[in-house]
Design a protein around this ligand. Sequence first.
Ligand code: BGC
Length: 394
Amino acid sequence: MKRSKILISLFAVLIIASMLLTGCGGTATQAPPAVTEAPPAATEAPPAATEAPPATTLSVGVVLPTKEEPRWLQDEARFKEAFEAAGYEVQILFSDGDSAKERTNVETLISQGVSVIVICPHDGTAAAAAAQEARDAGVKVISYDRLIRDTEAVDYYVTFDSIAVGAAQAQYLVDKATGTGNPLYLYAGAATDNNAFLFFEGAWNVLQPKIADGTFVIKNSSEAVALQDKATLTRDEMSNIIGQVSTNWDFDVAKNLSEANLTAAAAADKGNVFVLAPNDGTARAIADVFASDADVTSYVVTGQDAEIASVQYIIDGKQSMTVLKDVRTLVADAIAAAVAYLEGGTPEQTNTYNNGVIDVPAKPSEVIAVDQANVVEAIIDSGYWPASEFTGLP
Ligand code: BGC
C-alpha cells in the first residue's frame, strides 16, 4: 500500500517535471488531469525529449558530497532513474568531500544557467558561501538531506525525519536490553554535518532515561557521562560528546576509534554490549571490531541507510538493525520542490528546521527501522533492493 502510494506520487511528480522541462507544462492546478492521463504521456515522452534536447532545457542541477560512500551513489542512481523516466538527463556533480570543489560545482551550474540547485553539503556551514552565490545569481537553493547552515540563502530543505532516525536506533537498543548495567558504546557522525546532531539528539532523548535508571552504563565517553543526568542537551553540549565519539562518517575512523575504546575498556566493561552506531558504513566497521574482541560475548549495533552491504550483514546476524530512509521518496520530494520553483510557486511545507540564522521550510519524510524480522518485507517486497543482491534471505 505504502509503496504504491509512493510510486503514484513519484509518477505524478515525474509527469509534472517532464511537462515543465519540455516547456509545455501547465500550472499546478493542471496536475491532477496529467496524472489521470499518465500512460499516454509516458508513451509520448521520447519524442518530446528529441524535440527538446536535455542540454538546453534542463533547469535543475544536483550537487552530492562524495562517491566514497554507497549512500550517495544510491542517491545519484535514484536521481538518474527519476529524471530519465521523465525523458531527461540531469547534471549531477560530486564534491569529493571537499567544500572548495562543492563551490566550484555550484558555480559551474550557475554559469550553465540552471534555475534550481539541489545541494547536499559536505560541510553544512562551509556550504553557506556557495548557497549565497546561487542566491545572488537568482537561483533557488534546495538543501538536500543535510542542512546548509548559518545563511539566509537556503530556500527549502528536503529531508528525512533525522530525529526519528536517532530515536529508532536508540529504541532498538532499549528494546533489546534487559536488567541493569548494560555496557553502552556511543558513536556519532561528522561534526560538520548538521544531521549528526539531529541523529544524536533523537538517540539521546530515548537513551538518557535508560541511562538515568541504570539500564545502560556509558563506557566510551567521559563527556557523555558528565552530561548523563540531562534529559535534553544544548548544541554545545552535544558538540562536546560528538567531538569525543565522532566517526567523521569515515569507516577507518570508526574502526580505529572503536578499537581504541575496546583496548581502553576492561573485560568487565564488555560482555553483552550495546552500540549506537550512526550509519551503516560505520556500523559495519564498528561491528567487525566488536565481533573480534574475545571479551565481547554479544553485541547489538545500530545503523542507517539500508545499504546493500549492511542488509547482508543483518541477514547474516553481523549488524542488528538499520534505518531505511527511502531515497526514492527524497528524490521525488526534491524534484517536486524544484518543479514548484520552476512554476513560480513554493514547495509543500510541514515543518521548519533552524539553520542557525533562519527557519528553513521543510517536509521531513518518515523512516523505517529494519532488522531480521522485517527485512524481507521492508527491503525486498517494497522493491527497495532486489532479492538477487543478497544470499541467505530468510
Ligand atoms: C546522511 C546519512 C549518511 C551520512 C554519511 C548523513 O547526512 O543523512 O544517510 O549515512 O550523512 O554520509
